[in-house]
Design a protein around this ligand. Structure first.
Ligand code: SAM
Length: 209
């Protein structure tokens, strides 16, 4: 999570609302290890969680890896940022991953990270599902709460149109960001289950009813 200082600087919101070509660049690398596999992620100013892997994203990935042992999947990461969720799942589940975001800088980093971590797939500029085609076994997201509830709900509700019959939507949201009310709305579309909680973050799995 971002510090109070970053939030006050406006940095916290930059990644959601601008594609500012004049934004300074200060590339940095973040490493993450899982079961002996070491991942390296390039990050920069103007992207979500630029200095460290977000706790909620890590919880989401590690919960999926603990519960989902199937390999060779088609995975869609919506709001991918620099690609942490999709890249780790793609690599460790030996799967092809499609990653989408509206932030051009994040997408550039995501593609570089995908290649350097040798994960099969693509990074596509897309407002929610606008440029997404095909059906997926897993749709995963740490949704952009600050973009507003309607964006978050569209990401989660419309995921169904991009899921195989047996497909699953996995997401992480903090309790104080309204996970309960969001899950209630989703119950019209899915069977929704809480899979893990930690430090106020909820990892949820939704399947077609
Ligand atoms: C909470 S961040 C998660 C980033 C990344 N998945 C991670 O775990 O580090 C949410 C992401 O959603 C992206 N986003 C915001 N609005 C979006 C939209 N309308 N369509 C697609 N992505 C969007 C933001 O740019 C940001 O990268």
């Amino acid at each position: 999570m971002q510090s109070k200082k970053e939030e006050m600087n406006g940095d916290f919101l930059e990644h959601y609302f601008t594609n500012n070509a004049n934004l300074k660049s200060e590339m940095r690398q973040i490493t993450y290890e899982n079961g002996g596999t070491v991942f390296t992620f390039w990050s920069d100013l103007g992207v979500f969680s630029k200095n460290h892997i977000d706790y909620g994203s890590k919880l989401l990935v590690e919960t999926i890896l603990e519960k989902r042992k199937k390999q060779n999947l088609k995975i869609l990461d919506v709001g991918c940022g620099y690609g942490f969720i999709g890249i780790v799942l793609g690599k460790l589940l030996n799967s092809e991953v499609t990653m989408v975001d509206v932030n051009k800088r994040a997408l550039h980093l995501c593609e570089k990270n995908r290649k350097e971590n040798q994960v099969e797939g693509s990074c596509i500029e897309s407002n929610i599902y606008e440029n997404v085609t095909g059906k997926f076994d897993l749709v995963v997201t740490n949704p952009p709460i600050r973009a507003g509830k309607s964006v978050v709900l569209e990401m989660l509700e419309k995921a169904k149109e991009y899921m195989n019959e047996e497909g699953e939507l996995w997401f992480v949201i903090r309790k104080d960001q309204g996970v309960k009310s969001i899950s209630k709305v989703l119950e019209d579309t899915y069977k929704v289950e809480k899979i893990a909680t930690s430090k106020g973050f909820y990892v949820m799995c939704a399947k077609s009813c």
